[in-house]
Write a protein that binds this ligand. Structure first.
Ligand SMILES: *Cc1c(COP(=O)(O)O)cnc(C)c1O
Length: 427
């Protein structure tokens, strides 16, 4: 890397904590200095020296139409000319809520926020306010934003009462969060049997995307629904990644399991800061001003976010969009990558759900955090840098999801396979 390039990070570190405004961007897991981005268009992202990369990060999921989609950009510009924030209601917010509720029928009432973190934080507060209970349960390896109650380390064994996942989170608070192994029905049954009547909520990523991609086992989400109903626990699906990623709706539409509350973010903002929480009317009505559970936001329902989101969702709703074609393309990509690794004699386990995938550097199977952590992260880091050098931008950590957008072409797939083949020669 030339000198001027690395200078950007040196300068950033002098004035921004760690040089980045979100930790994964610092590339600590793969080493080296993060590439600084100049711009992006369609399936490509460009660094400050003008080098082009095929982007499989897509801003960590939101850019499902590709970067700088002309219609999305036009709508942002048109809206901006009329003012960028009012702190008062606009019609666009009602349109957005209506569109989301039509796509995800379990959402009867909705509230917009400015991030996914605010959405999950609000969902937890609502569940506690609604049930009058304090305990919550989550699953090891699931990420729900960085709010205190949800940033709880994966405990081992069943029903480990939370250990704080970060200094600064009081143990007293962490103790209110139970962390259970993902996909483990037995642990779930036992935990709910023991703590069910004290649990306000169970929150889950219906397809886990933050320990790498881990699909739910058959029956896991159904069991969650059944037990939550039985014990009066508010079931929260965190669909911040999965919302509008596989279909015009959530993962819940595909499996027919209805949560009580759903959290959204990423895609519904079309690349602008956004989040949303919605669900059953009687729970959502607990929110102020109808109810007494407080939640607010100066920029919530921001006009620019609403127009980028509405334009994105309206495009996703059109007949021209084929989620199954995107699924097929991702399948092609993963199949070919798998073949290259097999030929080379390196064991990988590729987990894929539609247009979301992770290449785990291990034999597999990967079905929870423990199994995910068996990966060879050093080998992954070498692969990451090899691909980057050859113009393919992957997430800088083994434990992240890769994404395809509707802007990715067959040629992008071919070029990625070529880069992979060349990288494997030197791995
Ligand atoms: C990204 C993410 C969040 C947090 O959203 P932010 O907008 O980054 O606050 C929450 N849940 C899941 C599943 C996510 O992937």
């Amino acid at each position: 890397m030339n000198k001027t390039k690395s200078d950007y990070f040196v300068k950033a570190r002098q004035i921004i904590a760690g040089g980045v405004n979100s930790p994964v961007r610092a590339w600590k897991a793969v080493g080296g200095k993060p590439v600084f981005v100049s711009h992006a268009k369609g399936s490509k992202i460009y660094d400050v020296s003008g080098k082009e990369y095929i982007d499989y990060v897509l801003s960590w999921g939101p850019m499902i139409l590709g970067h700088a989609h002309p219609k999305v950009i036009a709508s942002i510009c048109d809206t901006a000319k009329k003012g960028t924030s009012f702190g008062a209601p606009t019609q666009a917010e009602t349109q957005m809520a209506k569109l989301i509720s039509e796509a995800i029928p379990s959402i009867k009432l909705l509230r917009m926020t400015s991030s996914g973190t605010e959405a999950t934080m609000t969902a937890i507060r609502l569940a506690r306010g609604f049930t009058g209970r304090n305990l919550i349960a989550k699953f090891d390896g699931c990420y729900h934003g960085h709010a205190d109650s949800l940033l709880i380390k994966a405990g081992s064994g069943i029903a480990t009462l939370g250990i704080p996942g970060s200094p600064g989170i009081p143990a007293e608070l962490a103790r209110l969060t139970l962390s259970l192994p993902y996909n483990d029905m037995d642990a779930l049954r036992k935990a709910v049997k023991r703590y069910g009547s004290q649990l306000a909520a169970i929150i889950v990523e219906p397809v886990a995307g933050n320990m790498g991609v881990v699909p739910p086992r058959n029956g896991f989400l159904e069991k969650l629904r059944e037990l939550s109903t039985k014990y009066g626990i508010v079931l929260i699906f965190d669909e911040v990644i999965t919302g509008f990623r596989f279909t015009f709706g959530g993962y819940q539409n595909l499996i027919g399991v209805k949560p009580d509350l759903t959290c959204l973010g990423k895609i519904i903002g079309g690349g602008m800061p956004v989040g949303a929480v919605g669900g059953k009317r009687e729970i959502m009505e607990k929110l102020a001003p109808t109810g007494d559970v407080y939640q607010a936001g100066t920029l919530s329902g921001n006009p620019l976010a609403m127009s980028a989101g509405l334009t994105t969702l309206n495009i996703l709703k059109t007949k021209k969009i084929s989620f199954s074609a995107l699924d097929d393309k991702t399948n092609q990509l993963c199949r070919q990558i798998e073949n290259l690794f097999t030929t080379k004699g390196i064991a990988v386990c590729i987990n894929r759900v539609h247009s979301m995938f992770t290449i785990f550097f291990q034999q597999g199977p990967v079905y929870d955090l423990n199994t995910a952590q068996k990966s060879d992260t050093a080998l992954f880091a070498r692969f990451f840098h090899g691909m980057l050098k050859r113009g393919v931008w992957l997430a800088p950590s083994q434990y992240e999801a890769g994404f395809l957008s509707f802007a990715h072409t067959n040629r992008d797939v071919d070029r990625t396979i070529d880069a992979c083949s060349k990288t494997l020669k030197i791995l």
